[in-house]
Design a protein around this ligand. Sequence first.
Ligand SMILES: *Cc1c(COP(=O)(O)O)cnc(C)c1O
Length: 386
Amino acid sequence: MTRPKPVAMACPALDGNEKKYVLECLDSGWISSIGRFVDLFEAAFARYCECNHAVSCSSGTSALHLALAALDVGPEDEVIVPALTYVATANAVRYCGARPVFIDSEPRTMTLDPRLLEECITPRTKGIIPVHLFGHPADMDPINSIARRHGLFVVEDAAEAHGALYRGRKAGSLADAATFSFYGNKIVTTGEGGMVTTPSATSCQKLRTLRGQGVDPERRYWFPVIGYNYRMTNVAAAIGLAQLERIDHFLEARLRLATSYNARLSPLEEFLSLPSEQPWAKHAFWSYTVILRDTARFERDDLMEGLDHDGIETRPVFYPMHRLPPYLDENAHYPVAEGLAVRGISLPMHVLLTEEDVSYVTDRIRYWCEHLNGRPRRARLALSSQ
Ligand SMILES: *Cc1c(COP(=O)(O)O)cnc(C)c1O
């Protein structure tokens, strides 16, 4: 069989003003963290998120750490974090010396299940970090109202959700603060980079101080608090500004690809459950993630292996936090998160993917679902003899 060129999971589109703006940095010498692109990118990002303030930083992980540090999270505290997330959400809590308390997911959105929140709250609970996993927003209204009732902060981890909407409002404008990542595979990239958005001028000031080593803005080389060097470079911000100029195009392309995946995979719904969008949500489709049904008589990893053989890159859903060595808890049980982790597959999703790519990927998924079902060993043998 002749195979087309490999289909990648993710790939940045850098064909807007990225090169022009980066050359401007190089020509002007402003390549460190002072420069006009940092200010322009922060202002444009705040405007895009319909939030008063945006503070850029070096990664989505440092954004989370800054947000929690600015909210005074410390060693006595507990912060509620989904069991199913990228590890950075939990790690940022640990960086502050606090303890992440895990919570199970709601199966359709794969985000934090607000019905389970009350039972996670203890006298030590300081806040909640809902994660807009894969680009679908968490159900923020019940989360915010429970938080308000108990005096807790809410920080959105919006690393995967640039441009997602919750009841018509932008991700990044829905809580006390929100954090974004601009890693190379995210919806908007700066190479490495992050952003914290917040409606509060006081929080914004605190975030800026902590990001820049804790220096007193009025007094040079005077450090009243311990801060960090989490600054974004002007070069990264130049790329980010050019990316942000095209975010509407990026989101449209992702939606078009997701719609095409839905149409082509819907005949396979006996095997796969497809991503759903709640009536109150607009999915940003950072990732197009399908879940193998319980009734399918083959393993998720066999399907992934088949696709890999076809040159199609896929990704398993994250391991739940309580299964990772730093957070290992043999007695903990988060059934929804565990099920999604074992049965979820993220398919290629990026702006440079073509309709032909989606057609090829879905044809191969159909082939493997039909050939693996009920006969994993034979299919495997056929595969290894090719
Ligand atoms: C990517 C990601 C992060 C971390 O972002 P980095 O820029 O890689 O540090 C945090 N949370 C979630 C949910 C992510 O997907």
